[in-house]
Design a binder for this molecule. Structure first.
Ligand SMILES: Nc1nc2c(ncn2[C@@H]2O[C@H](COP(=O)(O)OP(=O)(O)OP(=O)(O)O)[C@@H](O)[C@H]2O)c(=O)[nH]1
Length: 352
């Protein structure tokens, strides 16, 4: 079981009651086998009945229940250690008690708790050995063996279930983290890093197969002055709206990402330059038609650079530089237009 700070004592309380009951069963069988005096029976019953409730109260009333419960776990180990000489070292239940309480510390997830539990466990065992000097009786009757089994089985099952749940939770959270890493939170498009990975993979695939693939770089025109004139909140809204337009304008198998700031990138696999130009024009056109409900007078436009992959591009950087150079030309030619570079050299596509 993983120790969580929140209401930890409530989660451990029933488990400790169950553990004490099963541990008590195992100890009772040994006491019966060893014909132990009544005082030992009384000690066993009192410990098993009282300790879970005392531990619960201790943690509940403590200002730091997490620490208090960690202390309780150490006391669990000391109690288990004490019962080893009290059971005259009866081998099977002694090993089961010691192992179960030690594994509890390991599965608690509290760092080094199991190590911290060892001195208390060994100390309690040593103290009672020196004090009572019990005669060792290592053998276990069949009854003792049978009575030790429930604790062993239930504990193993409980720890396995808890580990299974923990692994499921961790893998679910890892998946969520991976999705977050891949996504630009503002626009819902792919993040820069993830998009770059895909672009590299697309270029590699192009080098291997020569199937056409194109790259678009989209930049909002004069975005700084939108921020300056309308404020950053409106600027953010424009970025979100442009992201949505891009997402809705590309094909299902295109990869649209936010490269950073007001710059977006789209990878168009299996698209010729003409097909990619159509996509780019569609995006440019829709951005030009964008109107924010709160700011209907605000006009937005974009410039787009397009580059088809070429066998001569040795790296993604070269391919992106070609698209960037095309974007630069689109900006310098008056913005709000698509320019293509790459296979046929510099070229400008007229605005729609
Ligand atoms: N509101 C907002 N502004 C951003 C965000 N990211 C970057 N910016 C701003 O966007 C502006 C980008 O300006 P530039 O790309 O340099 O220039 P521009 O004004 O778009 O001009 P051209 O690209 O030449 O048309 C900068 O002022 C950044 O501070 C964002 O997430 N939200």
């Amino acid at each position: 079981m993983t120790l969580q700070r929140h209401r930890i004592h409530r989660r451990i309380y029933p488990l400790r009651i169950l553990g004490m009951a099963l541990g008590g069963l195992s100890i009772a069988a040994v006491l019966h086998q060893n014909q132990a005096p009544l005082a030992l029976w009384a000690t066993m019953v009192a410990t098993c009945l009282a300790w879970p409730h005392l531990a619960y109260l201790h943690a509940r009333l403590s200002p730091d229940p997490h620490r208090a419960e960690a202390r309780n776990l150490l006391i669990d180990s000391a109690i288990a250690g004490a019962w080893v000489p009290l059971m005259q070292f009866c081998l099977l239940p002694s090993v089961v008690l010691v192992m179960v309480t030690t594994f509890d510390k390991l599965s608690s997830g509290i760092r080094r708790l199991w190590l911290q539990s060892l001195p208390g466990m060994a100390g309690a065992a040593l103290l009672l050995t020196l004090w009572l000097q019990p005669q060792p009786r290592l053998e276990s009757s069949l009854t003792v063996v049978l009575c030790a089994l429930p604790l062993l089985i239930v504990h193993t099952f409980a720890v396995s279930v808890a580990s299974y749940r923990l692994i499921r939770t961790v893998s679910r959270q890892n998946q969520q983290l991976e999705e977050l890493r891949r996504t630009d939170l503002q626009t819902g498009l792919y993040s820069r890093d993830h998009w770059l990975q895909q672009a590299q993979a697309a270029l590699d695939a192009f080098q291997a197969s020569a199937r056409p693939v194109c790259l678009l770089i989209i930049d909002i025109d004069h975005f700084k002055s939108i921020n300056d004139q309308y404020g950053h909140t409106v600027g953010d809204e424009v970025i979100r709206a442009v992201g949505l337009i891009i997402r809705q304008s590309v094909r299902a198998h295109d990869w649209a990402g936010r490269y950073g700031g007001d710059e977006f990138t789209v990878l168009c696999p299996q698209a010729t330059r003409d097909e990619a130009q159509d996509i780019a024009q569609r995006i440019r056109d829709r951005i030009e038609g964008l109107r924010l409900r709160e700011q209907p007078q605000l006009k937005v436009s974009s410039s787009i650079g397009l580059a088809a992959a070429q066998p001569r591009y040795q790296s993604l950087r070269e391919w992106m530089n070609a698209a960037d150079a095309a974007l630069y030309r689109a900006k310098h030619a008056g913005r709000n237009q698509v320019a293509a570079g790459g296979d046929t050299g510099p070229g400008r596509l007229a605005p729609a």
